[in-house]
Design a binder for this molecule. Structure first.
Ligand SMILES: NC(=O)c1ccc[n+]([C@@H]2O[C@H](COP(=O)([O-])OP(=O)(O)OC[C@H]3O[C@@H](n4cnc5c(N)ncnc54)[C@H](O)[C@@H]3O)[C@@H](O)[C@H]2O)c1
Length: 330
């Protein structure tokens, strides 16, 4: 599908150097945008990963920095995708104050600038894994919010949503909230606070055992980043969804043990798997999101299977091996 609404427009992506931001930037360039402004402090990303195109303006700095924010918003963005975040659960348990600063105050600042500059749409990146808590029935639907969350990150993702609702209701800011689950794809650099797939891929390529924290029977809703980007582009333009929160996911469960086995197969890693204790905050055994709302309202239709996604990720690891080696943050 093509999205003519973005042609000739300026799009600001906070956290644009990360997994989702770099893939969203590539997609926007294909839609003939005038400019993509990538605002990122590189706390969890690398400059080499940002698409190299003269229409990409990279501003290195924090959403907490007034001067940087003035500079970024002086581009007068037509669309703002607020993806910057202190990511994710374990990082927030280890650094709860930074988590609140970036995900709470940082989100508030982005919303304040949006209130002043009035872009035609603001898209906030939330987390369905966060806001539904660990007790919600499957599949996870948009109306089941929990106030008993397991990590500071989950709390500040919910806080971000509540701020968005306030700005939408009180200031009539045209905001939509995208709730992701486990987003996977090329562009995620492995590291201590990163997701399971880049880390498994990295360790498998180093001939190491893949450590499963739990029994391996745990499931997650893994969604390919290009499907997520397609959903985001739809959410950025659809006129009927202002003020709404919508799950962007795959609606499929994958067991961690199957994921580990497939990655060992693809990478020809014979070291196998080892089991360690589940992390003490990790109480969610199974996750599968409903995407009925996304299908009905924005025509979202994710297409990529996890097995296909893993092949693309492996290729990206092979092609960027040197950069990844020097950037992995363990
Ligand atoms: N990847 C997932 O599975 C997933 C799931 C649910 C929600 N989300 C949310 O989606 C968004 C994007 O996720 P992602 O996977 O691309 O994460 P990511 O960590 O790859 O990208 C976030 C980017 O924000 C940047 N950043 C951090 N603090 C900043 C600050 N103070 N100022 C400016 N930039 C800053 C980081 O350097 C990073 O490049 C995040 O808000 C995340 O919470 C992601």
């Amino acid at each position: 599908m093509s999205f003519p609404d973005y042609a000739g427009k300026t799009v600001l992506i906070t956290g644009g150097a990360g997994l989702i931001g770099t893939n969203l930037t590539k997609a926007l360039l294909k839609e003939n945008v005038k400019q993509v402004v990538v605002l990122d402090d590189l706390s969890a990303a690398e400059k080499w990963n940002i698409p190299n195109d003269k229409r990409v303006k990279f501003i290195e700095g924090s959403i907490l920095d007034e001067e940087i924010m003035r500079h970024a918003f002086s581009t007068n963005p037509d669309f703002v995708f607020h993806l910057a975040a202190h990511f994710a659960n374990q990082n927030s348990v280890d650094h709860p104050e930074t988590d609140l600063e970036v995900n709470g105050k940082g989100t508030l600042k982005v919303l304040e600038y949006c209130r002043m500059l009035k872009p035609r749409r603001v898209v906030f990146a939330s987390s369905g894994c966060s806001v539904y808590g660990s007790e919600a029935p499957l599949p996870l639907t948009e109306d089941f919010i929990s106030l008993h969350l397991d990590t500071p990150y989950q709390i500040t993702k919910l806080l971000g949503e509540v701020y968005c609702n306030f700005y939408a209701d009180f200031y009539k800011l045209p905001i939509v909230i995208a709730r992701f689950f486990n987003v996977i794809g090329p562009g995620e650099i492995p590291g201590a606070y990163r997701n399971v797939i880049p880390n498994f891929m990295y360790w498998a390529m180093h001939g190491k055992k893949l450590p499963i924290t739990g029994t391996g029977e745990e499931t997650r809703d893994f969604t390919y980043v290009e499907d997520i980007v397609d959903g985001l582009l739809r959410m950025g333009t659809n006129p009927k969804i202002i003020g709404q929160a919508i799950n962007l996911a795959s609606n499929k469960e994958t067991k961690i043990i199957d994921l580990a086995k497939t990655i060992n197969e693809i990478t020809e890693n014979s070291a196998g798997i080892e089991f360690t204790e589940r992390r003490n905050w990790d109480r969610i055994i199974r996750r599968r999101a409903s995407i009925d709302k996304a299908r009905a309202l924005i025509g979202y239709d994710p297409k990529t299977e996890v097995s296909q996604a893993l092949q693309v990720i492996y290729k990206w690891f092979q092609e960027n091996r040197e950069n990844i080696e020097s950037s992995a943050r363990f």
